[in-house]
Write a new protein. Sequence first.
Length: 311
Amino acid sequence: MFDHYSALADNTELIDRLFRPLLARRMREKFAAAGLGADGQSIDLAREHFALYVPTNAPASGKFGLLVWISPFDAAAIPSAWLPVLDKHSTIVVTAAGSGNAANVYSRRIPLAMLGYANVAKAYSIDPARTYVGGLSGGSRVALRVALAFPDVFHGALLNAGSDSFGTAVLSPPEADLFRQFEEGMRLVYATGSRDEENLAIDAHSRESARDLCITDLHTEEMRGRGHDWIDASTLDRALTNLSAPRTIDAGLAACRERRAREIDAQLHDIEMLIAAGNKREARDRLQRLDERCGGLAAPRSVELENRSNP
């Protein structure tokens, strides 16, 4: 039974990491107005169940890899076909029950994933460079949010038949230091069935939006002849090999960051001019769109401008 509570699953930590700055601020204000604190945790581990697989042999390095898996189903299950692959890669898998698509993303699915990580990391010697988050379908979409919010914990994401576009309300960049860690240290591996046309198209949009925000460590592993389905053993093998391969910083990253910073500065300047001209409603609308698109990359100026744009 897991019994270790980590600060990574605290409500305040989740608000700061997962929500774009203007929305996070409003959430904290609502808690305060209701006389409630945003601190504490939403999970009682005594009531939870996790499935855990630990490879039969310890790795030569003494450190296991770890894959935190988020399922679209309520049952905590690890496919038996994965086990030889997990043994080969010396990779532990942990997944929570009661964390399917019907569960609340922010009060259950994400904190359960972080507590699963924290308890395994406490019990076993884990290689930080081989610590990944992944999921299937709706669980994959949640895993992508976790990867973006916790690049100081996870260094790869396995996206099995589910993704979202970056720079949107559900996937806006975190604060600048975390996003820099994501750009430089996170590898995304998309694994979707060749017959799952809807999610293949969504994956393509996800990668395009990622590149537009200077995220470049993007890879695909084809699940040939498969539909909307669990990643099979051979594709999992390739994906884990890909995730653990050496990383290099994209040569164009610095120039891309400069371009992005200029675009954000220009938008902030335009919003400031709207406020100065008394067009506060339009300024707030522009701030909302910028907050969704650029999130923490536009802070703290976006927060300051919201203060000035309020009636």
